[in-house]
Design a protein around this ligand. Sequence first.
Ligand code: TYD
Length: 135
Amino acid sequence: TVYDCTIIKLDKHHSDRKGNITVVENNKDIPFEVRRTYYLYDVPSGESRGSHAHKELSQLIIAASGSFTVTLDDGNVKRTFLLNRPNQGLYVLPGIWRDLDDFSSGSVCLVLASHEYDEVDYIRDYDSFLKFKQK
Ligand code: TYD
């Protein structure tokens, strides 16, 4: 359910002079192995991304810069998270519909994913998603 999807607080190694660094290691900071990384950027103001679910894919979604909201939906309950810190990630389990909105200017949405890209893993139609959840 959406209650299994949580904000994972990531370490921030801070230097007064040199700024910050945040590290994500497989099976240590996050509960899956990363097989793919991608990032969304230059999302025009007012545009939305996502609007799909995955059958098998786990993801960690990070606002590497700026901010945006992620609304998760398990077919019963919706929860909206504001991501606005590079040292926090939203852990999204398989079988959850997600909508990404309200991208701030210059924001970067970094996604760490458990599998390579596979269009067959996507559910892009909301009614199909509800049917998938009933199974
Ligand atoms: P999509 O996941 O639908 O974008 P979003 O959920 O961010 O709105 O992907 C958009 C397009 O990019 C899609 O048609 C296929 C392509 N794509 C890849 O080729 N490989 C990938 O790993 C991803 C994430 C997308």
